[in-house]
Design a binder for this molecule. Structure first.
Ligand code: ABU
Length: 497
């Protein structure tokens, strides 16, 4: 039976309101059963049901029409959306730097959607303003900043952009009003393994992507401080102004941690802003066992840290922190009088929106705060130690097998990078002609097969001179040693010919 049109007249009549309540109850039940509970059952559900784009265009009625569709049809469409979407909450989705469904994080997401706030003024978002104040302050303490400021950004790339923006403003405050025309050529230093957002942000802010100087890394993917100094001297000798270093704590592919102490020394010597992109590795700060990897981060001028990565909050939850009070507001405020009136009846310093470059902004803090409350700091610590332990198990297991080869014998983060050596290449001298070309083709083929079967998702990539290799990311503490055994067996099974 078809139940009424999908109209949006929530307030019109009790009858219509009843229809909406019925719809939302059924929708919530569908989401819980099909998108949440079912995917937790690793053996009876698939990570994805692959369809070619042409087929998928036919399978889902994407067209929007003049006439409304019924609520029953909407539920069918939602079911289709769930069916053909990748189940990133499935324990066998280890493709990206995010995964899993945290029940408290999900409740926070849903509560945020239900309340539909925009966190720019205290009057519109009183609870979330104070919640952000608390969570950002706690995160600053964990980083080791004794004072400062911060904000929730729409993703790690934008948080790195805030780093560029604040660094430039701190050195050249007139840039805010006069733009770039009176400035020297500005240069940002970042390692060759740094996240690609640094080039994007350099382009977006008018610096130019060519003015990101690439600093060499060592064999483990960590920035080489000697080369950093050489690049700074090169920029200066060219008459350019190297004003910022973007160090990385947990590179995207290898999971390398740049040596922050040495980099901070060079930043002090050459008067450069130090931004640490800890989007991925920041979660390690929670753990006494692993925080030494970010030694010196308290000396950074600013930090990116994404709780949606290693701390497994739902997408998106990205934070920008700085130890400098005031720089965010001074750099970004536009003082719109229709929103940030100074003659309000409450403390207008709580109208935090003006330090952001966004106007409307979702309360990403809520899901993370709810998770933190539910687990306690001790639960977050346990999560971090569990995922590092699982990565260690994966590393040891791969090391013990002749048909796999690790890229790094001892990964620094929970990225485990490796090649599968198919039977046709086993026993072949890796230095022999054509070996790397053949190996380069192995991971894409296995990836295609796993996608078509839907059994798991793990990504691959080349890096610098290295042929394609798999990167298994352990980021969910729901990933067990048995899951890791499964990943390894499955890759070997799919690549056996
Ligand atoms: N910063 C986005 C990371 C993408 C990935 O998971 O590889």
């Amino acid at each position: 039976t078809q139940k009424g049109d999908a109209s949006d007249k929530w307030f019109v009549s009790l009858a219509e309101r009843g229809q909406h309540e019925d719809f939302l109850t059924r929708a919530a039940s569908l989401m819980l059963q099909e998108a949440v509970f079912k995917v937790a059952d690793r053996n009876s559900s698939r990570v994805l049901e692959w369809q070619e784009p042409e087929q998928l265009r036919r399978l889902i009625e994407f067209d929007v029409n003049e006439a409304p569709v019924s609520q029953d049809r909407l539920l069918e469409l939602m079911d289709d959306v769930i069916r053909y979407s990748v189940k990133t909450g499935h324990p066998r989705f280890v493709n990206q730097l995010f995964s899993s469904v945290d029940p408290y994080g999900l409740a926070g997401q849903w509560l945020c959607a239900a309340l539909n706030p925009s966190v720019y003024t205290y009057e519109v978002a009183p609870v979330f303003t104070l919640m952000e104040e608390t969570v950002l302050s706690e995160m600053r303490k964990i980083v080791g900043f004794t004072q400062g400021d911060g904000l929730f950004a729409p993703g790690g790339s934008m948080a790195n952009g805030y780093g560029v923006s604040c660094a430039r403003y701190a050195k050249f405050p007139k840039v805010k009003t006069e733009g770039l025309r009176n400035l020297p050529r500005l240069v940002v230093m970042a390692s060759e393994d740094a996240h690609y957002s640094v080039q994007k942000m350099a382009a977006l802010f008018g610096l130019g992507a060519d003015n990101v100087y690439s600093v060499a890394v060592d064999e483990r993917g960590r920035m080489n401080p000697s080369d950093l100094e050489a690049q700074v001297e090169r920029a200066k000798s060219e008459g350019a102004a190297p004003f910022m270093v973007l160090a990385t704590a947990g590179t995207t592919v290898m999971g390398a941690f740049d040596p922050i102490q040495s980099i901070a020394d060079l930043c002090e010597k050459h008067d450069m802003w130090l931004h640490v992109d800890a989007a991925w590795g920041g979660g390690a700060l929670m753990s006494n066992m692993h925080k030494h990897k970010l030694d010196g981060i308290h000396r950074a001028d600013s930090v990116t840290w994404n709780p949606h990565k290693l701390l497994a909050a739902p997408q998106q939850c990205s934070v920008f922190l700085t130890r400098h009070c005031g720089v965010l507001s001074e750099c970004h405020s536009a003082a719109a009088t229709y929103l940030f009136q100074q003659d309000k009846f409450y403390d207008t310093s709580l109208d935090t929106g003006d330090k952001h470059v966004q106007c409307g902004r979702r309360a990403d803090v809520l899901k993370f705060w709810l998770m933190w409350k539910a687990k306690g700091t001790s639960g977050l610590v346990a999560h971090i130690d569990t995922v590092f332990d699982a990565a260690d198990y994966a590393t040891k297991t791969l090391k013990s097998r002749a048909d796999f080869k690790l890229v790094l014998d001892e990964p620094e983060c929970t990225n485990v990078c490796f090649w599968y050596i198919p039977p046709s290449l086993q026993g072949v001298d890796p230095m022999s002609h054509g070996y790397n070309e053949k190996l380069h083709k192995v991971a894409p083929k296995i990836k295609e097969r796993m996608m078509r079967e839907g059994s798991m998702m793990v990504t691959y990539q080349p890096l610098r001179h290295l042929p394609n290799f798999f990167r298994l990311v352990v980021q969910s503490s729901g990933v067990t040693h048995e899951d890791i055994d499964f990943f390894i067996h499955e890759i070997a099974r799919l690549g056996a010919d």
